[in-house]
Design a protein around this ligand. Sequence first.
Ligand code: NAP
Length: 479
Amino acid sequence: MSFTADRLLLFGATGDLAQRMLLPSLCALHADKLVPDDLEIVGTARQPFDDAGYRNFAREALEKFMPPERRGSMATFLNRLTYQPLDANDIAGYAALAEKVGQPSQGLAIFLSTAPNLFEPTIAGLTAGGLAGSTTRIGLEKPLGTSLETSREINDAVARAFPEDRTFRIDHYLGKETVQNLLALRFANIMFEPLWNAAHIDHVQITVAETVGLEGRVGFYDGAGALRDMVQNHMLQLLALVAMEPPANFNATAIRDEKVKVLRTLRQVTPDETVTGQYRAGAIGGQPVPGYDEELGKDSDTETFVAIKAHLDNWRWKGVPFYLRTGKRLPERRTEIVVQFRNVPHSIFAGKGAQTVPNQLLISLQPHEDIRLSLMAKVPGLDRDGIRLRSVPLDIAMDDAFAGPTKRIAYERLLLDLIEGDQTLFVRRDEVEAQWEWIDGIRASWAGNGVTPKNYTAGSWGPSAAIALTERGGVTWHE
Ligand code: NAP
């Protein structure tokens, strides 16, 4: 049902995500008059704030996490906020929450920024409190389970109260401008699509490198690991956008239909197609950092690094490896997609002593949003000793190309889409399940083959086996 929500109910309103991302995003949307004038935002968590106390809390968060130049409308934004304390497990407490939310004139958007073990009791409470009617939609933060089975349990619990068209599963990578730009690059330009297949592409690399270690996420991360924390969601979404067939329209059904088809073609990897690692003490940016076991305070078999050689069993991508790599305590924070084209079939320059280097498309998401296409060019000169060719970049720094428009963080986009009801950038249940099915297979193969993480030094690019993984195929990681 199409409606623009005029109430937003935010669970986990005192949490880290709410402070760093959700409140600043909502404040920015308010400042730019993008949310309805009558939108009221009700926060809830266990902390016993009243409305004024929560507004103070929110102001402090905004002062900490919003750039000063974006805080102009903060005071009027804070007036939109109210707060109701609630333990999400306390079913009886939802009546008071419903009273606080009141009767929206159009509809209610709910955002669960809480741990997933609270999703089931929250859904039950929302139903009991009469907050799950046909004009309510719900947004769910990741992680949606730890396996196919547990994600089905969560999805079943959600589906008991909210049909799929009112369920918005967040993968905040999809809210990033460059990720959406991938669709523009592929489908708004004529030159890539004819080459976008096994005949012309040698391999694809997707890297999500972090310099941070455990940070405060000790309890959560050690039960998850890099495969479930990063690959299952963000990296497989990137892979799906790179590999999918052209959708017929830019709408939620068309795009998600194509993504899920790709995810279902992922071939189960063999044990020698994955490498796992765990960082040991080292240095990042010249600063010494402890090992994972020291940060955790105990030994652990959780992988903080994973590299995978993935294959898609379909016509377009047969024989093209997709190398995925993610890890903590790597030398730099970097998220990028590298599309490595094949070499020209015949070089007319070979007889003149020149080598051609295959073209490469680099789509960089972090720390900068850039697109770089490497092309061969002739080095100027009279060529008496032969022709010299060199690979030169055709560079688009998105910040420079689009200096005018306001830069939006992913949650601004996603919260607005949730309020307005556009599911295009949210993950459908069948996608999540296809993702988990592949991930569960990898975990089962690790368990079956006794795979445990290899050590790597913090500040390196992971275990040396990760280098061997690509080099066996004649490929070097982009560094
Ligand atoms: P967090 O800092 O631990 O916050 C959890 C929130 O849940 C707090 O507001 C907490 O408030 C509330 N809460 C905890 N137990 C509750 C209960 N029994 N009843 C009602 N409220 C309860 O976690 P977070 O980092 O904000 O993350 C929230 C969710 O987003 C998690 O699922 C996380 O995996 C996901 N996520 C977070 C990030 C991030 O950058 N932080 C990124 C991606 C996804 P009280 O203690 O006052 O109840």
